[in-house]
Design a protein around this ligand. Structure first.
Ligand code: ADP
Ligand code: MG
Length: 245
């Protein structure tokens, strides 16, 4: 199957801090890859480089067989993201935001795209509300609509359900599962929610201190580390007991 994302020997230093130290992985078409790791392990830095926001110190990123150095604009048209650090402009209504982003991406038939996302993400009552006045669950659905406005082939989600109640979290997870299945897109999902990762991700990367300390399917990792669930594997790895057998 085709890889939509290929990362080789990627490194990022912030002055003397080595935030990401030589990581390699790929994401296949129609795959949700989970990115787990304790705070400070380098997940957001990795996503920042994959979005073209941070320049890697060294290493290679290929997205849909293209490199940022040569095909920046084309790559940016094929990806999108949700990040806790970048909010939608607060003073615009949800609809105005979707129109602005749709125009930035030069989306044809923007009205149809907004209607489709409105229906799928249950945004009918939110479209004319001021974005800054929405609850976090409502904002999250609006951010997801923005993230899908350009029909991205690759979606980067940095803790997308972190502040959601269980019901909305469940709605968002079901939505992502169905959307991925229908559109065959690739998703990188950084999350601290282990049941979310177990449910959505066929494979998982475990990061710690800028390194991928383990990787595989949730079942493989649970079995390998002799634990009952992914949460226990996470705790074992993040507490530093990294022996692999
Ligand atoms: P995570 O998303 O896994 O919590 P981050 O990628 O945000 O991890 O951070 C990785 C490491 O890099 C941390 O030690 C963090 O303090 C450091 N770091 C992140 N951003 C910066 C920055 N802009 N300048 C300096 N250090 C940073
Ligand atoms: Mg982070």
């Amino acid at each position: 199957m085709t890889n939509l994302v290929d990362v080789k020997n990627l490194k990022k230093n912030y002055s003397s801090k080595e935030a990401v130290k030589n990581i390699s992985f790929s994401i296949k078409e129609n795959e949700i890859l989970g990115l787990l790791g304790p705070n400070g392990s380098g997940k957001t830095t990795t996503i920042g480089m994959l979005l073209g926001l941070l320049k890697p110190t060294s290493g290679e990123i290929k997205i849909d067989n293209m490199f940022f150095e040569k095909n920046r604009i084309e790559i940016l048209s094929k990806i999108n993201f949700i990040s806790p650090y970048i909010e939608l402009p607060k003073k615009l209504t949800v609809k105005q935001n979707l129109i602005v982003y749709g125009k930035l991406y030069n989306i044809q038939n923007l009205q149809d795209r907004i209607e489709y996302l409105t229906e799928k993400l249950r945004l009918e009552d939110l479209l004319n509300r001021i974005t800054g006045e929405l609850s976090s669950g409502q904002k999250n659905r609006a951010s997801l609509a923005k993230a899908l406005i350009n029909k991205p082939k690759v979606l980067f989600l940095d803790e997308p359900t972190a502040s959601l109640d269980p019901e909305i979290g469940d709605f968002v997870r079901s939505f992502l599962e169905n959307y991925k299945q229908e559109n065959k897109i690739s998703i990188l999902l950084a999350s601290h929610n282990m049941s979310e990762v177990s449910r959505l991700c066929k494979s998982v990367l475990m990061m710690k201190n800028g390194i991928i300390v383990d990787a595989g399917t949730p079942e493989f990792l649970i079995d390998k580390h002799g634990r009952k669930n992914l949460e226990e594997v996470f705790l074992k790895l993040s507490r530093g007991n990294n022996e692999s057998n």
